[in-house]
Design a protein around this ligand. Structure first.
Ligand SMILES: NC(=O)c1ccc[n+]([C@@H]2O[C@H](COP(=O)([O-])OP(=O)(O)OC[C@H]3O[C@@H](n4cnc5c(N)ncnc54)[C@H](O)[C@@H]3O)[C@@H](O)[C@H]2O)c1
Length: 375
């Protein structure tokens, strides 16, 4: 029998249920050193607790997260709640002696992120933050291509995450569109961790930032016949520079809730004088690679299901969101068990804090209409 990683979920909404789906099909992973088992769930909503009744391994369903944390059956806690609750709940998880996979943005602001990071270091618990797109086969190939060092002199880096459902002004308000719950960083807190994970892990940390932030709709239906203030940033374009091989290279990070036509598009592009690479979830099977030979050409490669953590799924099949989310959990479990090896790992607490340092500088840049240096 493999050792078990017994999980508790706090926040059984969109992401809490996605996590349950990942644990429920853990058996598709081959050669995993640990077996994941969901044993406890906490949410405030009865209907969500009812939904989790269908998971046979769940022994505890509660509306009190402290009851979940008191359970000796829980080893690791996944917390997926609104951002204003991150700090208090994450600290309680650590004080209860549990390991943590924290949802982004790892606290509502920079102060909260630093307090969580410091508490995590002091506690000695294994703590990582969520960001799943790098575990798609196309992104793993982007990482390999960049690390091959065949791009010559880097010209530019673009990393982004675009949504469009907020273009509909009749879409009702929710907590992600309210600063008191989502944070002053708005869309950066919502989508920003996804755009920085790969660049940060490649060592591309912004030296300075010039930010363009936009609020387009300032009110939304409150779902009760009235209107409510919608006071978060909708779109954030962060123009930064990073140092690569002694040279400064422009890197643009785009987070948008108002991007016409984009359902949930995550993308990255890295261009150099000799080579380049592009991947977008809009074309999930396609890797574009550039080579400057006698002629210049972009080559299209059809990708299959080649995952960092092999599964029983046939290599010719396509990968999607539930697959990369499962792979992220496999990376968390493997790193926690000390067997990640040279595979890509989840966002570290230091990387999460660095993302908040960038977003705080972006807010300052936008207010002062100036470039803000990062230490
Ligand atoms: N990794 C990703 O791709 C991704 C995608 C969406 C959201 N997120 C993140 O996940 C987190 C949750 O987002 P979501 O979309 O799942 O939100 P959601 O609104 O769908 O779910 C949040 C849940 O938390 C519950 N909750 C609130 N207060 C609670 C408390 N005190 N105790 C227990 N449960 C409580 C709510 O009842 C709700 O069911 C956020 O940090 C968000 O940024 C990550």
């Amino acid at each position: 029998m493999k050792p078990k990683m017994r999980l508790g979920i706090i926040g059984g909404g969109l992401m809490g249920r996605e996590a349950a789906s990942a644990f429920g099909r853990w058996f598709v992973l081959e050669n995993m050193p640990v077996q994941a088992e969901l044993v406890a769930v906490c949410d405030l909503q009865e209907k969500l607790l009812d939904w989790f009744q269908q998971v046979p391994t769940v022994k505890l369903l509660t509306k009190d997260y402290k009851a979940l944390l008191a359970s000796p059956d829980v080893d690791v806690v996944y917390v997926a709640v609104p951002h204003d609750l991150h700090e208090a709940i994450y600290l309680d998880v650590l004080n209860a002696g549990k390991d943590l996979l924290a949802e982004k943005p790892f606290g509502i602001d920079l102060r909260a992120a630093r307090s969580i990071r410091d508490a995590a270091a002091k506690s000695g618990r294994f703590v990582r933050c969520s960001s799943e797109f790098p575990f798609l086969p196309g992104v793993q190939r982007v990482l390999q291509a960049v690390r091959s060092g065949k791009f010559g002199k880097l010209l530019e880096i673009r990393s982004g995450f675009h949504h469009s459902s907020d273009l509909d002004p009749t879409k009702p308000i929710n907590w992600k569109r309210q600063t008191k719950h989502c944070g002053d960083v708005g869309v950066m807190g919502d989508l920003g961790m996804h755009t920085v994970h790969v660049p940060f892990r490649l060592g591309w940390k912004p030296l300075r930032v010039y930010a363009q932030l936009q609020k387009i709709y300032t009110q939304r239906p409150d779902g009760k016949g009235g209107m409510a203030a919608c006071d978060t940033w909708d779109n954030a374009m962060l123009h930064t520079e990073v140092r690569v091989d002694g040279a400064e290279v422009p890197m643009r990070l785009e987070q948008k809730r108002l991007a016409p036509g984009e359902m949930n598009t995550w993308y990255i592009e890295v261009l150099g004088t000799d080579g380049g690479v592009k991947f977008s979830t809009k074309e999930p099977k396609t890797l574009w690679t550039f080579e400057r030979a006698k002629e210049q050409y972009w080559q299209r490669t059809d990708l299959g299901h080649q995952m960092a953590f092999p599964t029983i799924t046939g290599g010719i099949f396509e990968a999607g969101f539930p697959d990369c989310f499962l792979q992220m959990w496999a990376a968390y479990a493997a790193e926690r068990a000390g067997v990640l090896g040279d595979r890509f790992g989840c966002v570290t607490p230091d990387e999460a804090v660095a993302s908040h340092e960038l977003f705080a500088a972006a807010l300052e840049s936008h207010v002062k209409k100036t470039v803000v240096p990062l230490a």
